[in-house]
Structures are given as C-alpha cells and as structure tokens.
Design a protein around this ligand. Sequence first.
Ligand SMILES: [Zn+2]
Length: 473
Amino acid sequence: MRIRFLISALLLCSCIRNPATGKLELDLVSHDQEVQMGQQAKLDTEQTLGVYKEKPALNDYVAALGKDLAAVSTEPQDPFSYEIVEDSAVNAFALPGGPIFVTRGILGYLNTEAELAAVMGHETGHVCAHHSANQMSKAELAQVGLGLGAAISPTLGSLAQAAGAGLQLLFLKYSRDDETQADELGFRFMTKAGYDPKQMLPLFTMLDGVTKQAGGGKTPAWLETHPNPGNRFEATQNRLKNEFKGSTEGMKVKRDEYLKAIDGIVFGEDPRQGYFKGDTFLDPSLKFQWTLPKGWAHQNSPQAVAAQSPKQDAILQLQAAGKMSPEEAAQKLFSQQGIVQGQPVDVHGAKIARSFQAKTQQGSIEGVAAFIPYQGSTYMLIGYTAAGGLAGYGDTFLSSMSSFGELKDASALNAQPARVKIVHLDAPMSVADFNAKYPSTIKADLLALINGVEAGGQIAAGHAKQIVGGVQK
Ligand SMILES: [Zn+2]
C-alpha cells in the first residue's frame, strides 16, 4: 500500500541542503513525508518485533541517553525516539525522521554507556543525513524483490505479516558511504554529549568479533543493514587525531553504570516466545508444537511462525486468529477479494481445511488453509506457492499442518531464557579463570567477546558478565 504512496511522492522530488552534510542532495521525499513514514514504520516495528519491557528502568536509560544525543545533533527539532526492540540479534536501526531502535541483543554485547552512545550516535547520524529516506526511495524505485510473502500481501492483507513497512525498512541496506558518514556524525554527536569518542573503537572490535564468530556464509544482522566501510577503525583514529585533538581525559565512559543497567537482561533468543528445536517449533506460552518440513528456513516473529522452502518458491505460516471460531476465521480469509476457495482437504485436528487460489499483482498463487481450534483459540495455518505448484507441495503442506498439536514436554513448557548476570571482580581475571569460577552457559569465545576482551585475554577488575540459564537445543 505504501509503495504506491511513495511512487506518487517521487513527483514532488526536490533538492534540499542537508544540514548534516552541508551538501545539496536530491531528496525524493519531503521532510514531512519522511517523518510521517518513519512514525508509521515505528508503530509497525513496535507491533511486529515488540519492545523489550522486562526492565522499565533500562528503557528509561536508553531514552535519556538518546535525548542527550538528539539535542546535540544537527536536527534537534526532529521527533527522535530511542527504544529497545525485542530482538536477540546484535543490531540497531534508524527509521526516517527520528525513531531509533537498539536491539535487546546488542545491549548484552556492549560494555560501557559510551559504546551505547556510539551505536545510538551512529543511528542518529543516519536520521540526520536522511539516509533511510534516500535509501527507501531508491529501494522503492528499484522495486526491491521482497519474496513471495510480500508479493501476495495485497491480497492476503494482514495475513502476510512479512510485508509490514517497518520490516521492509529493516532490510534496507545503507551504502558504505552512508556508513562512513553515520560514523562521522556519531563521533561528533557522542563527543558533543560528553562521551569519550575513543569508545567507538571497542564497539567496532565487538562488531568485527560478531562477524568472525558467525562464521563464513552467515551475515550478522548489523552487517546486513550497515555494511562495514572497511576502514572505520582507522577513520575513527584519524578523527581522534585530526578532528578531536586534545585529551579525552574526564569524558564519560560509564562502564559500571552501564553494566548495572543491563544486569538481568535476557541474552540470546527468548524461548518463552517460542523456539525451534530442529525443525519443530515449540511455544511454551501457547502450549503448542508444530513441525515444519525438513530443511526449510524458518522464522518466529510475534505475529507468526513462517517457513520458506529451500527453493524459495513455497511458504508455510501459522498465525493465531484469536477468539474467532474456525468458521469465522475461514470466512474472513475466503471472503477477501481475489481469493477463491477450492476443495476440502484433510488436516489432522482442523475444523476447516481447504485449498484456495488467489490472484495477486505479481501473479496467481495457490495453496491450502487450515483452521484448527486449540485451547480456546483458533490457529490458522496457510501454505502457498505459485499457481501450478500445489501438486508438488500439497502433501508437504498437509503433513506439516497435521503435526500441529499440544506441547506436553515439561522441560519445554518451563523453558527459561539465558540472562546476563553482572559479577563483581576484585582483581583482573583471565576469561578461562572467570569461566571456571563463574560458569556461563555460552561458549568461551562468545563470553570473551561480550566482555570486550580477546579469547585468551584478561577481564579488568570491576564488573564482568556471566551468562546463566537458557535452554539446550
Ligand atoms: Zn549504519
């Protein structure tokens, strides 16, 4: 829906001088539109990913730090907001016009308030330089392929959760030049707010470490959207020498304050919101399990569990239809324009299960929808593929859907997340000694990384992070 809005916005394109960069540039959307889209995407993000709510004081802490950065930025009048999004990935992102999110995941990897200021300063820089707006316009122009899930969204409407504008924005990628500029602005903003800009260096070391530990072939979330400009370490050192000059003595680092603020936060995926054990999805709070086809890529979001075939030509997804009866939920789906219901099919436990065809702007699709009543709610399972593909995928859809059932395993039902525990150290300690004395449920390499030291390094006296609890997968 918003894509069309954007394309009409192109007609209004104008050149404006960007106060962050001092350059004239072609902004494809007006500032008002930028702010408006950003606010809509912020709501989408809050609803689709959710805000981390367990520690209200930590939300206040992040918001207060953000307020200080926004005040010294080049766009202090913009409606900035700084929130913690419930996502275990190490990431942060900015939406057009001011909304900024740091993930719950990145907070467990940082060690000082100044490092957090560097992350948030960088994102504030993207907003001030209007990178997302430029990027979004380019992306819309290029009609970025968003996969089958998004392609059919105009027809399935709210049923295809992957198509939210907020999520599309998350997957946009900045250019390397944008990254360099956001680093530069972040450096300036954090310095103006009184934070030691040298603390950008351990942040970049940590992000590099996340990349290395993720291993070949797997791109960490941060890099997906913020590609490494390559020389950011040297560039920061040059800025320290040529731009900052002088000493950083007495500037804010705030290690202890930061660690105290994150004590007890969830580390890694939160199994209480559902988790995968192999190909089976287990949901302890809703007490169900569902087995997906072998080898499919899967994803759990607050709205849906979805999986995509290895060839990326078929999707299976599950959503709660709430208190609606199976009949009402089926009626709601099949009464949508462009959808034609077909023959009844056999899905274990389903009150209604039928094949369907649908016309979308990108072409015709066909699939199976099943409505299963379970513990007072209705669950809707949909499998779909391009027209002509159902003969090949039908059995796979039906056998996966038929696996939906009660979660009985007691340990799965009581699954608890791993948490960060802040431990006081009287003297420096090697990572190995620390792990022996205060055992963590993560690998030693990762433990070193989140404590900001090399694998064989020493953790300084003061405070250190231990990771306790969590589920074995
Ligand atoms: Zn960036």
